[in-house]
Design a protein around this ligand. Sequence first.
Ligand code: NAD
Length: 306
Amino acid sequence: MKVTVVGAGAVGASCAEYIAIKNFAEEVVLVDIKEGFAEGKAMDLMQCASLNGFDTKITGVTNDYSKTADSDVAVITSGIPRKPGMTREELISTNAGIVKQVAENLIKNSPNVTIIVVSNPMDTMAYLAHKATNLPKNKIIGMGGALDSARFKYRLAEALECPASDVDGMVIGGHSDTGMIPLTRLATRNSVPVSKFISNDKLENVKEETKVGGATLTKLLGTSAWYAPGAAVSAMVHAIANDSKKMFPCSCLLEGEYGLKDISIGVPAIIGKNGIEEIVEIELDDAEKAKLNESAEAVRKTNGLL
Ligand SMILES: NC(=O)c1ccc[n+]([C@@H]2O[C@H](COP(=O)([O-])OP(=O)(O)OC[C@H]3O[C@@H](n4cnc5c(N)ncnc54)[C@H](O)[C@@H]3O)[C@@H](O)[C@H]2O)c1
C-alpha cells in the first residue's frame, strides 16, 4: 500500500510515524508546501526505522504531486491549526483554499485514491473534498469521530477509574466543540452500561470534557494536539489496508441516512478496502436525534461559508 500524507506538520508527521511503526504500508509520501520541510521530517522518521523495526519507506517532497502518483490512500492534514480560544470553524477562510487545491492535485495523480480529510473545520472540509473531486461517496472519509471517541473513552476510564481498554463508547455528530454527541447512553464497561458505575452528574461531566477535549489541549499546548489525531488516522488507514471492516464514527456524505442529505457529518461506518463500506444506522433516542439535527444545522451553516 502507498499512502500520501499532505501536510508534514504536527498531525501529518505523527500519522506517518504511527503508520510506519505499524509496518503495514510499503510507502508513505509526505508532502508539504514549506521548502525542505517534508524532506526533513521524512529523513528524521526514516532514521527511526532500525530503532523501531519498520520497513515502510518514508519520503518527503515539496509540493511535487508526481511523487504521490498511484497512492491508495491520501490523508489531508494541510492547513492551519487553531490557537487557544479559537473555534475550528474560524479556520475555514485559510483552510478551504488549501484543501480544495490539495484534493484536486491528489486525484490528478491518483484517480482511485481514498482520501481521509483531517484539516479543520473537518466536516466542511470533507464536504468540500467531495465537491472538488467528485469521487464516489465511499472514497472520502472525514476523521473526527475516531479521535473524539478515543477522547471519550479516556474521560470515561478516568471517571470509572478503570483502564481505557475496559470501556467502549462512541461520539457522533459534527467535529466541533458544540456539535459532538458523546453517546453516554450506549457507553459500556465490558458490556455493562457505564451508568451502573458512575452518577449522572459524573457522566454529564465526562460528556462536556469530551466535547472540549481538543480545546483543552489547545490551551495547554498553544496549538492543537497531534499524537491522538495521528493515531486515529493511522488506525483508519490500517483498516483500509487490511480490509478490516472495522467500525469508526467518521464524517460520511449522507444521502438520506439519519434523515440527512447533502452533508458530511460524523456517523458510524464500516471501513475497509473500499473506504466507507457501509454507513451504520443505529437507533437514536429522541434527544440524540434532536442533537444530531442541531449539529447538522451548525455544519450546514459552516458549509454555507464555502
Ligand atoms: N480532524 C481532527 O480530528 C483534527 C485533529 C487535529 C488537528 N486537525 C487539523 O489538522 C490540521 C493540521 O494541524 P497540525 O497541527 O498538523 O498543523 P501544522 O501547522 O503543524 O501543520 C500543517 C502543515 O500544513 C502545511 N501546509 C499548508 N498549506 C499547504 C499546502 N497547500 N500544501 C501542503 N502543505 C501545506 C504547512 O506548511 C504545515 O507544515 C489543522 O487544520 C488542524 O485544525 C484536525
